[in-house]
Write a protein that binds this ligand. Structure first.
Ligand code: SAH
Ligand code: SF4
Length: 406
């Protein structure tokens, strides 16, 4: 097969969204999961097992230079060099928190900078990964949401964060074995709104020839795109976290505008259905604790009723209470620690497993919801949020919602 034919085929793959081509540039092999890399190698007239070798060089060993791939024939290395490259994103900066958390900013072009955060713990290392430059969902309490939306990240840009962090840390810590054991799609963006690019990246995280992470240790967090939750369960079931933040539609409409399109009557059954495919026997609900907005005893009781309404028992879900991480434009405040504890007690007294998330990396703005990178907003989301915020004071809304029922 000639190189021209290969390029035609590559353009066909690009059309099927299997790869993003930049005119005049080489194909970035970070964009390919193993199935696509195999198809690519076949286009080049190579045997399928070559794709596995190449894939392992790239992802298991962090190699970005074909010349170093010593068990590949010289002719193949030359061929690869002619049409492709391994092109990581440029690291703009690295910040290290006093608690060991590390935040990296990556340049993804067009004036957009995205963020990833590594959180070391005694028994695990977690990477928090971004899936979009910005986010179009416009949640009130989220710094990324306030910035607006620029574009979806490609598969290569999603997996590129893990590729960089894993191999950087191994080198830095002088370790041969894996450093990152968990991956959470909780950085910038709504992962399920970028489903087509997300799923190949998840497959690479799970692939034993690449990062070999357990399905239970790869978590997609969503604000509630219900159709895509169903699809993820069928196509690539990993652990699921759902950003709930409110026990009724009135309050959730205000905090998570997506709820207007997919209200709790759709979201909760989608969570229950996901359990049929999930690698764990529960769904995690995230609940950002906002002072005098969603943190009263009455709302905790309503939350318990909501959970009971959709399950035979309360064990089908767990709650993770996240103390709100403030940022100037939000106009919101973190719940007092004793309020968070009282709220947690109501949930756990009803039998719901409830944890309170320890805030990590807040001295470097790396905590949940503080990831803001630098995004060129193409949606005017930021303007819309500001306008709505001035129209609906949160305290008045709370008064209205304590009587509202699902
Ligand atoms: N878009 C996805 C994943 C990214 S947000 C989602 O919404 O689930 C990751 C988590 O951080 C979500 O649970 C989100 O609700 C939470 N979060 C956002 N802003 C926050 C803030 N300022 N303080 C605490 N948690 C926040
Ligand atoms: Fe987007 Fe998640 Fe932030 Fe909502 S909380 S704006 S969905 S990143």
């Amino acid at each position: 097969m000639t190189t021209d034919q290969s390029h035609d085929e590559l353009h066909a793959m690009a059309k099927r969204r299997e790869v993003r081509l930049v005119p005049g540039s080489l194909v970035n092999l970070l964009e390919f999961d193993l199935a696509s890399l195999t198809a690519f190698c076949e286009l080049l007239g190579e045997k399928r097992f070559r794709a596995v070798q190449l894939f392992r060089w790239i992802h298991q060993r962090g190699c970005a230079n074909f010349e170093d791939m010593s068990d590949l024939a010289k002719s193949l290395r030359q061929k690869l060099k002619g049409v492709s490259e391994i092109r990581p994103m440029t690291v703009v900066s690295q910040h290290i928190s006093s608690d060991g958390t590390i935040k990296w900013l990556f340049d993804v072009g067009g004036g957009n900078v995205i963020e990833s955060v590594f959180i070391p713990e005694d028994d695990r290392g977690t990477l928090c990964i971004s899936t979009q430059a910005g986010c179009a969902m416009g949640c009130r309490f989220c710094s990324t949401g306030h910035q607006g939306f620029s574009r979806n990240l490609t598969t290569g840009e999603i997996i590129g964060q893990l590729w960089f962090a894993e191999h950087f840390l191994r080198k830095h810590l002088q370790r041969d074995e894996r450093v990152i054991s968990n991956a959470v799609m909780m950085g910038m963006g709504e992962p399920l709104q970028n489903y087509a690019a997300l799923v190949p990246a998840l497959r690479m995280m799970l692939d034993d020839h690449a990062y070999g992470l357990s399905r239970r240790r790869v978590t997609v967090s969503t604000s509630g795109l219900v159709r895509k939750m169903d699809l993820l369960g069928l196509e690539c079931p990993v652990a699921l976290a759902v950003s709930l933040h409110a026990p009724n539609n009135t309050l959730r409409d205000y905090l998570v505008p997506l709820n207007i399109k997919h209200p709790l009557e759709e979201l909760m059954p989608a969570c229950v259905s996901y359990l049929a495919h999930a690698p764990r026997d529960f769904v995690t609900f995230e609940y950002c604790m906002l002072d005098a907005v969603n943190d009263t005893d009455a709302l905790a009781i309503e939350l318990v009723q909501l959970v009971k309404h959709y399950g035979h028992s309360v064990s089908w879900c767990k709650f993770n209470l996240i103390p709100f991480n403030p940022f100037p434009a939000s106009g919101l405040h973190r719940s007092k620690p004793e309020r968070v504890l009282a709220f947690a007690r109501i949930l756990s007294d009803s039998g719901i497993t409830t944890t309170i998330r320890k805030t990590r990396g807040d001295d470097i703005d790396a905590a949940c919801g503080q990831l803001a990178g630098d995004v060129v907003d193409r949606t005017r989301v930021a303007v819309r949020i500001a306008r709505q915020r001035s129209a609906e004071p949160a305290a008045a809304l709370l008064a209205a919602t304590t009587v509202a029922k699902v």
